[in-house]
Every structure is written in structure tokens, then in C-alpha cells.
Design a protein around this ligand. Structure first.
Ligand code: KG4
Ligand code: ZN
Length: 346
């Protein structure tokens, strides 16, 4: 008698920061639905994410987002074979909302639960859209660059991940958001600065790049933010911030952030044989970073992959992808598993 293999249909949930996302992933790869409900409007008046508002909003959004995901995927709760949820790192209240929701679903549906590290989900998110054959892509150099993290990894397999360096203070996305606030532009700053930078002179302001003692592949962005704030203060003494000043500052700041990231990528590639360059996380949506990464990869004769904008920012599909792999290997979480605001990936 021929055995019919049961397909894997994994629900991925991410509530780590300010996006409530639920995805349905078929057989580890095919995204049937990836619904993202953004809280930008709630946090914009505050110029940044307010943790208490974020947790409450996840609580309200989760059920409708789940329903939308199931409907889009054309499946019912009883079709699911497993649940994957981000349990770290992130805002603790937000993580707990997602984790409790995932636990109750797994318990009531009697299906396994697995907990996923948010940065691992970002790191491997390029695999969702491209058929990155394992033997061709490993070892790869991975840059995860988002609102909360900026880190470089040397990845030899799904489980052999070496942290080469990370930011010692602000994440790149955090610097974007803070500088946008200084320039009175709104929130989130990344896309706004990206757009404005296209119209400014990137050489108008020169910044001194931070050298981090901790190691050759570590970053620091807080000094850059302070330098921008001093220049803004000087400019304000002359009156209101002119559009010209904002454009030039956006372009100069963006150039410095991107070149700081590119410099480290190039340094790593000199000493680490990498078969590919993978860039992910919210800041990977940046237009200048995307084009510079393409240039660097071409110079080193290696392919590069940056996911589409939807997969760059926080989403449930990337969580379901790692979760499906973990479930396949029997990595099932107990229902008393806890969330943690910060846990190392490796
Ligand atoms: O990955 P993500 O959605 O959330 C975190 O895990 O942090 O990243 C959000 C960050 C924000 O700081 C946002 O300003 C930044 O990504 N971002 C960008 C762009 N789009 C989003 N930064 C630079 N350029 C962009 N186009
Ligand atoms: Zn993220």
C-alpha cells in the first residue's frame, strides 16, 4: 500500500516589535499567506515604538490577522500541522502576547509548537524567495540589519552560525529613525530618509567613522547620530531647518551608514571564503544598500540575495520557515516555554 505523505502546513507568528504578522507556509517553502498588520499609525505620533501600546495592539490584531491568513491560504485551523512563533529577541510584552496565542492554538489543536529566534528568521529569510541550493550557498556571509539589530554572520549550515560582529550601540535602523526625528521628518525614518536622500548631496557633510575596539567586524552608529544632532542644532540657530539642509543631511547620513556596512562586508570577504552574500532585515529595503551590496558581490564574483520588501521587514513567513525546519527535526517546545527579550542566536 502506498503511503500518502502528510504535507507540512506551518503557521508562523511574529509579534516581536510593531508588526503583527501571521503566515501559512506549505512544505517549508511555499508561502500561502503572509499577513502583516503594521502599527505605524499608532506609534508615529510618539516618534518611536511605545512598548505598552504595541503589546495591546498585538492583542487586538492577532485574531483578525490569523483569520485573514487562513482565508488567504484557503485552509482551516484543523489543516495546520504545526505552529512556529518568535520567542526572542524583541519587546517582552509583545513577545508574550504572540507566544501565549501560539501556545493556546497548539494546545487546542493538539499540534506541535516550536519557538523561533527572530534574527535566525531574518538571516535565512532570503531562502524563502530563491531556491538557494544548500551546497551552492554555504558558507555564506549574512548581514542582518534592522531597527533592533545590525550583525554579520558566517553561516556554514542551518545550525553552524558564527557571529562575526554586531553593533555595540544603536542598530542601523534605529539610527535612521533617530535621525529622521532630528530632521523633523516622521516615523519610521528609514523609508523617509531613503526617499529624501535621492534628492540631496551625499558629500555635503563628512562624518568620522567609529572604530570599535571590540573586534574588526563590530559597528557603532551612536556617534553618527550625535554628529547629526550637533549639525542640526547649529543649523537651527540660523532659523528653521531648510529643505536643502534636510536633503543634504539625509543623503550624507545615508551614505555614511551604508558605507560603514559595506566596509565591514568587504573586510570579511577578504578573509572568509563565502559562496554568497545574503542581506536581510528592515534596512535591507534601503535602495542605496541594495545597489551597493549588488556591486560588492559582483566585485567578489559571488551571488547576492536580498529579499523583497515584504520579506525584509518583520513577517510571519520567515518565522514559519525556520519553524518548519525545526519541527521536521522534532524540535518541539513544551507549553511552559517562556519568551526572552534578548537571547543570543548562537
Ligand atoms: O526588520 P524590521 O521591520 O524590524 C526590526 O526587527 O527592527 O526593521 C525596521 C527598521 C526601521 O528602523 C526602519 O526605519 C528601517 O527598518 N527601514 C529602513 C528602510 N525601510 C525600513 N531603513 C533604511 N531604508 C529603508 N528603505
Ligand atoms: Zn526584525
Amino acid at each position: 500500500m502506498k503511503l500518502v505523505q502528510k504535507k507540512s502546513l506551518v503557521l508562523g507568528i511574529d509579534t516581536s516589535c510593531d508588526e503583527t504578522s501571521v503566515a501559512v507556509l506549505l512544505d517549508e517553502k511555499k508561502i500561502l499567506a503572509n499577513i502583516i498588520s503594521s502599527q505605524v499609525k499608532i506609534h508615529a505620533p510618539h516618534g518611536g515604538v511605545v512598548p505598552e501600546l504595541a503589546s495591546r495592539s498585538h492583542l487586538e490584531a492577532l485574531t483578525p490577522v490569523l483569520e485573514e491568513a487562513l482565508q488567504k491560504a484557503g485552509v482551516g485551523l484543523s489543516d495546520l500541522t504545526g505552529i512556529a512563533v518568535t520567542s526572542s529577541p524583541g519587546l517582552i510584552g509583545c513577545l508574550l502576547v504572540g507566544l501565549s496565542f501560539a501556545k493556546s492554538l497548539a494546545y487546542s489543536l493538539k499540534i506541535p509548537l516550536t519557538t523561533v529566534h527572530h534574527l535566525k528568521a531574518h538571516l535565512f529569510s532570503p531562502f524563502l524567495e530563491q531556491d538557494l541550493e544548500q551546497n551552492k550557498v554555504f558558507p555564506f556571509l549574512g548581514l542582518v540589519v534592522s531597527g533592533g539589530h545590525t550583525a554579520l554572520y558566517y553561516v556554514s549550515s542551518f545550525d553552524q552560525i558564527e557571529l562575526l560582529g554586531q553593533t555595540v550601540d544603536d542598530a542601523a535602523g534605529e539610527a535612521y529613525d533617530k535621525v529622521a526625528k532630528l530632521l523633523e521628518m516622521g516615523y519610521p525614518g528609514g523609508p523617509l530618509i531613503d526617499r529624501l536622500a535621492k534628492t540631496g548631496n551625499a558629500n555635503a557633510h563628512k562624518f568620522t567613522r567609529a572604530r570599535v575596539k571590540r573586534g574588526p567586524y563590530y559597528f557603532s552608529f551612536s556617534g553618527l547620530k550625535t554628529a547629526v544632532s550637533l549639525l542640526v542644532k547649529e543649523e537651527k540657530k540660523k532659523g528653521i531647518l531648510s529643505e536643502e539642509f534636510k536633503k543634504d543631511m539625509a543623503a550624507s547620513f545615508q551614505k555614511e551608514v551604508v558605507e560603514a556596512l559595506i566596509e565591514k562586508i568587504e573586510d570579511v570577504l577578504k578573509s572568509h571564503p563565502a559562496k554568497a552574500l545574503l542581506v536581510s532585515g528592515g534596512v535591507a529595503a534601503n535602495s542605496l544598500l541594495r545597489s551597493r551590496v549588488a556591486e560588492v558581490a559582483a566585485n567578489h564574483h559571488i551571488p547576492h540575495t536580498i529579499p523583497s520588501l515584504l520579506i525584509c521587514t518583520d513577517n510571519g513567513a520567515m518565522v514559519a520557515y525556520i519553524g518548519a525546519k525545526q519541527l521536521e527535526r522534532g524540535e518541539v517546545a513544551e507549553l511552559n516555554v517562556n519568551a526572552a527579550s534578548s537571547l543570543p542566536m548562537v
